[in-house]
Design a protein around this ligand. Structure first.
Ligand code: DOR
Ligand code: ZN
Length: 356
């Protein structure tokens, strides 16, 4: 990694090409519209399976992968890493087939009803013990959306309760299962991962490090800041920054960039999801630079995720410069306009080149 400074301030960085270990790219016209933002910045991405209907079989994942690759321009290297959506109907045979196919990187657990298109998810993951044992046997990671579904648990407490009530026993009962706790939002989750076994890791989004939950109610209700798990309080936000910038190898980059049409966000029952793919690396660079930890960005963005998944690190490079630019108020999501993160505001870093 190379960081160039001017008067003691970092102004340019070049590092190993990064990967996005948690991404929603949708399908059809929206896929075609949003994928270029990711391709420009990342070599690989873990593709979330929460389509309508969800991607539950190897055959569906193979077709989806084909549709994604059809949106990658010739001569551009981008690898979508496919996942399967865990449902109550997922069988051990499905996992055996997924492992044998060489096409599936991981399986995603959505607690039923917690977030966008999660109604096919599983209310109690322990209904899936036989499938979890199969994942353990194949050394295929389980990716978890860490929120309990219980209506009597406060929405801001659902991740913390998930950690003690669900995740801790799960790790104990499946001592070989590799787990990525996706998009952690709390100091409690960060501490749990840090203290946990080597087979436990976490992704961290840029938006959970840049905003606390006040941003949901800043002068009025702010649907474009609504995501699941929710933004949390200031102490939690700081704990996430500390975890990401610590150089600990089991915290790595996952944007959870999740496009929704503007009308679906600005709605009496607005969808969860924040679109950050247009500025993903730029936002992480800002977070790390502001924390005085730019030298640790490469590990977080480009090394640790690949190491955890047992994949080779990328060989290309990516460069960013410190340069203020404005984010447009809206961008095209193919089916209509969408509102990107920081709409109408500034970015501090700019992507200059990606060399495969
Ligand atoms: O905010 C979110 N949006 N969280 C998720 O877990 C899903 C995602 C989406 O698909 O929109
Ligand atoms: Zn997600």
């Amino acid at each position: 990694m190379r960081i160039e400074e001017q008067d003691g301030t970092p102004v340019r960085l070049t590092m190993t090409q990064a990967d996005d270990w948690h991404l929603h790219v949708r399908d059809g016209a929206m896929l075609a519209a949003v994928l270029p933002d990711t391709i420009r910045r990342f070599g690989r991405a873990i593709i979330m399976p929460n389509l309508h209907p969800p991607v539950t079989t190897v055959a569906a994942a193979r077709d989806y992968r084909r549709r994604i690759l059809a949106c990658v321009p010739a001569g551009t290297a981008f690898t979508p890493l496919m996942t399967l959506y865990l449902t109550a109907a997922t069988t051990v045979a499905d996992i055996d087939e997924a492992a044998a196919s060489g096409l599936i990187t991981a399986v995603k657990y959505y607690p039923a009803g917690q977030t966008t298109n999660s109604h096919h998810g599983v209310a109690d993951i322990r209904e899936c013990d036989r499938v979890l044992a199969a994942l353990e046997r194949h050394d295929m990671p389980l990716l978890v959306h860490g929120e309990v579904v219980d209506a009597d648990v406060d929405v801001f407490a659902r991740e913390e309760v998930f950690v003690t009530r669900v995740l801790a026993p799960l790790l104990a009962d499946f001592p070989g299962l590799r787990v990525v706790m996706e998009h952690i939002t709390t100091a409690a989750a960060a501490a749990f991962v840090r203290a946990g076994p080597k087979r436990l890791a976490a992704t961290i989004t840029a938006h959970h490090m840049l905003l606390n939950r006040n941003a949901l109610f800043d002068g009025g209700i702010r649907p474009h800041h609504y995501c699941r798990p929710l933004l949390q309080g200031e102490e939690d936000r700081k704990a996430l920054i500390a975890a990401a910038t610590s150089g600990h190898p089991r915290f790595f980059l996952g944007t959870d960039s999740a496009p929704h049409a503007r009308f679906a966000k600005e709605n009496a029952c607005g969808c969860a999801g924040i679109y950050t793919a247009h500025a993903a690396l730029e936002l992480y660079a800002e977070i790390f630079a502001d924390a005085g930890a730019l030298a640790r960005l490469e590990g977080f963005a480009s090394h640790f995720g690949a190491d955890f998944y047992g994949l080779p690190r990328n060989t290309g490079t990516v460069s960013l410069v410190r340069d203020v630019s404005a984010v447009p108020q809206t961008v095209s999501f193919g089916t209509g306009p969408g509102v990107p993160f920081r709409a109408g505001l500034n970015l501090q870093w700019r992507l200059v080149e990606t060399l495969a």
